[in-house]
Write a protein that binds this ligand. Structure first.
Ligand SMILES: CC(=O)[C@@H](O)[C@H](O)COP(=O)(O)O
Ligand SMILES: NCC(=O)COP(=O)(O)O
Length: 255
């Protein structure tokens, strides 16, 4: 079964909007795990717009204590700055079970593309090696909606990665505009190419209760989905525990 890692970035967005500690990121993560989520994801950004370094350490402690996966996402090329020690340094401190490398920048509203593996291989390799030496499983954010992305995905294995995370933003857009079948076929091809070279396949970005089931029916073999924006938004209406359980039902094929 595909596992669910809940991304709690958006809890920190709300907290930071007023300063102080509420809503509490660790309490929210606890609630997700109590409801059955298999892990917790965060994507701290160097501009500290939501998750901060102290949150990462607190969530690392929580996930270790609960015996669940902690998935830390970030750009290995972003230089350190006050409040952000750099992705590798954060991983050294937090020792996440999985490190997901994402080529994002401050100017981006959110993550919006994967790596170009052929171009980025030489610069990625030492980061992948360093993360693996820390004991992290390494996943690389990858495009599946372009032919270049689907072709390039096989080179993620040359870089030494264990998995790729398919960037599902374009899938969510395609699904919403009625072309879900065509775009899901592209993701299925990307997933097959990744598996053919021994890579595990994760997926994430803009997945929701509406589009997740269709995605998993059409893209077999996805090991993990990380979901934040839609899940936390839906939880405003349904409550966090109910929402997490709804996702678990979708993942188990019961919905
Ligand atoms: C890699 C990815 O798709 C997610 O981590 C997403 O970028 C969440 O980050 P934000 O919450 O900053 O949009
Ligand atoms: N890796 C994707 C993630 O963690 C959550 O993305 P989103 O659901 O917030 O778009």
């Amino acid at each position: 079964m595909t596992v669910l890692s809940v991304n709690v970035n958006k809890i920190a967005v709300l907290r930071n909007s007023r300063g102080g500690g509420e809503p509490d990121v660790v309490r929210a993560a606890h609630a997700c795990l109590d409801a059955g989520a298999h892990g917790i994801t965060v994507h701290p950004r160097p501009d500290a717009r939501h998750i901060r370094a102290d949150d990462v350490l607190a969530l690392a402690e929580l996930t270790r204590a609960r015996g669940v996966e902690f998935n830390l996402e970030g750009n290995p090329f972003a230089p350190p700055r006050p409040g952000y020690p750099g992705f590798l340094a954060l991983c050294e401190q937090a020792r996440p079970a999985q490190a997901t490398l994402v080529p994002d920048g401050d100017a981006q509203l959110t993550s919006d593309h994967g790596f170009e593996f052929v171009r980025d291989a030489a610069t990625l390799r030492p980061h992948v090696d360093a993360l693996k030496a820390l004991g992290c499983r390494v996943s690389l954010f990858a495009d599946a909606h372009t032919e270049a992305g689907r072709m390039g995905i096989t080179h993620a294995a040359d870089v030494g990665a264990d998995r790729v995370e398919l960037y599902t933003g374009p899938y969510a857009e395609g699904f919403a505009s009625g072309s879900g079948t065509a775009i899901a076929a592209q993701f299925a091809e990307a997933a097959r190419r990744a598996r053919d070279v021994g890579l595990g396949v994760n997926a994430g970005h803009d997945l929701s209760q509406e589009n997740l089931g269709f995605f998993l029916q059409h893209v077999p073999g996805v090991l993990e989905v990380s979901i934040g924006h839609a899940l936390i938004g839906e939880a405003l209406y349904q409550g966090l525990a109910t929402t997490v359980r709804s996702y678990l039902e979708i993942l188990s094929g019961r919905r």
